[in-house]
Design a protein around this ligand. Sequence first.
Ligand code: NAD
Length: 257
Amino acid sequence: MRLANKTALITGGSSGLGLATARRFIEEGALVAITGRDADRLAAAAKQLGSRALALVADATDIAATEEAIATAAAQFGRLDIVFANAGIPGQTPLGGTKLEAFEQVIRTNLTGVFFTVQAALPYLSDGASIILNGSVISALGHPGYAAYAASKAGVRAIARVLVSELSPRGIRVNVVAPGAIRTPIWGAAIATPEAEKAFEARIARSTPLGHIGEPEHIANTVLFLASDEAAHIQGQELFVDGGASAAPAGAPIYRG
Ligand code: NAD
């Protein structure tokens, strides 16, 4: 058991990468609190996860609600050893067609929400705790239409480095997992029908050196590693889990002769 006697908080734990990570953490012995906005979806996730999961409704953009949820988790668990600040939204913000509210909602959720999640957890973090922030390859790749999202995820990388300086005196580690395209509901309209999903995955496969879309377990296993004592000397790193898409785009199938 790699997380025996550990306690964890995962924001956005009712779906996708957060849910897969909660499942993996529990398999490895952790007690896990998950947050989300929708009580029904959260209850369904908690039912899947079983008795070692605690589900707490909290919108990551609502700082008071986040503080309350984290205080409840800490009261139940005694302390927090792991925080996975995962809640996030995509949100298209193309130049020429974007309203301020849409731009700010992405920043508020993916960037401001991450900072205040960590701040709310701070009083309960054990010395030597592990914090993992969810970034994205989009912070580095210049995808059209993603200005706010890319900025939010680049901001997450920057915040992680600042937190390293602030939290290293307590032995607390802060790292970023930066997923490439992973099979989760986040892709919305792009995967709304089986045909659309097939076309989407084929496009990802063509632009990924390893030739296929990622699975939530790829991220869950990476976050598990970063959370565990196996990563005890890994501090301030951003780990891209993207089948090679960011490191070697020229190696993608689309460029093979
Ligand atoms: P998802 O839509 O399945 O899950 C997102 C989760 O975040 C959901 O549980 C949702 O309820 C929650 N959430 C969103 N806004 C919230 C808010 N304001 N308050 C509380 N919870 C909120 O998508 P996912 O793919 O699992 O995404 C998880 C994270 O991974 C996001 O930060 C996303 O940016 C990042 N990411 C995903 C991919 C991918 O391809 N799936 C790639 C790179 C980064």
